[in-house]
Write a protein that binds this ligand. Sequence first.
Ligand code: SF4
Length: 441
Amino acid sequence: MKEKKTIPQVGFVSLGCPKATVDSEHILTRLRAEGYAISGSYQEADLVVVNTCGFIDSAVAESLDAIGEALQENGRVIVTGCLGAKGDIIRQTHPKVLAVSGPHATDEVMEAVHAHLPRLHDPYTDLVPPQGIRLTPRHYAYVKISEGCNHRCTFCIIPGLRGDLVSRPVGEVMLEAEKLVESGVKELLVISQDTSAYGVDVKYRTGFWGGRPLKTRMTELAAAMGSLGAWVRLHYVYPYPHVDEVIPLMAEGKILPYLDIPFQHANPRILKLMKRPASSDNVLARIRQWRETCPDLTLRSTFIVGFPGETEEEFEELLDFVEEAQLDRVGAFAYSPVEGATANALPDHVPPEVQEERLARLMLLQEEISEEKLRAKVGKTMTVLVDELDEDGAIARSAADAPEIDGLVYIDDDGSLEVGDLVEVTITDSDTHDLWAEVAK
Ligand code: SF4
């Protein structure tokens, strides 16, 4: 018989003034609404929330004593309330507390509770499955880690539409990723407007996941996600210096050796007009270094051609960069004046026919590069993830291919493969974008 899951129980200690009491009521309401039981004893509780007061010295002492008692009697304690605003005092006196937040912090308390005591999924009352409702196939899923963007690239209106960067709490992101992997997801695709900025808005705050502290920062998040046993693919990584830190994780096989990093252009003047980081020499040196650290690295980037004011020489500089960088995947777009973008006010817009001609030249060059790179894979053995079955066998992707945007690996097979399988194949043929393979012997 299936084991009955027990309802998670939270103990609650509420100290302080009526405002603190109201905070406690909010937290208790949320806990009950989410199906947690409120326990009257330390022994039965799975963890204890202590809502503290820090108004005068005696209140501080009382709060610290209450935390100490909860730690001694139960061991798993989340602290919130006025004394929580002075987190140092609490952490110095009681370093074992699981999380600390200030007053009126219901969301943060709930986040800590979720991280340390996941709530039960109730199929009768919960309208969504534990891993959420997804539009992607069962074996891969997008995980959005933040919303908005602090940059002001002149061709883009996203910050105007979605506002400045707001990072999701790291514990919440990890819990979601964990549930996805538990539900059978084999590949997590990390997305945002600016993945490498993750945590900047919260000063890389330390959150919690599985009882351990975890910084709200791309490198730490990538390493933690990499420990879940699924493929982890990073998208939309703005070329900040600390991107260098994730390359060793790729070399060690913790996350996929795949970096989707939009460079947009190579000419310093155009990059400056775009308000993007402006040093293609530096970028080329970094790419060399990345490949030295992680020879299997797949680099994907996007470029805008025909940006206002782009001269033929400046475009050729971009072509030289693309030739030199030998990127694996490139998406290119002719500049188009999106309503509200500040670049629209720049002088010397490039005529559409010139834009199209430049786009075609760039894509032609990249096709040659791509063809050669894929040809070099023939004869190699690699792991691929099966996306679909067809009459000839299966359609899959390698570590170098993100769904929808990159290439495919067509596997000749007699029907033994299933969607979602990770399988070793030997590459037998290639063209400009895709590979053909057979299951490795
Ligand atoms: S292009 Fe990307 S980095 Fe630049 S403003 Fe838009 S969302 Fe932000």
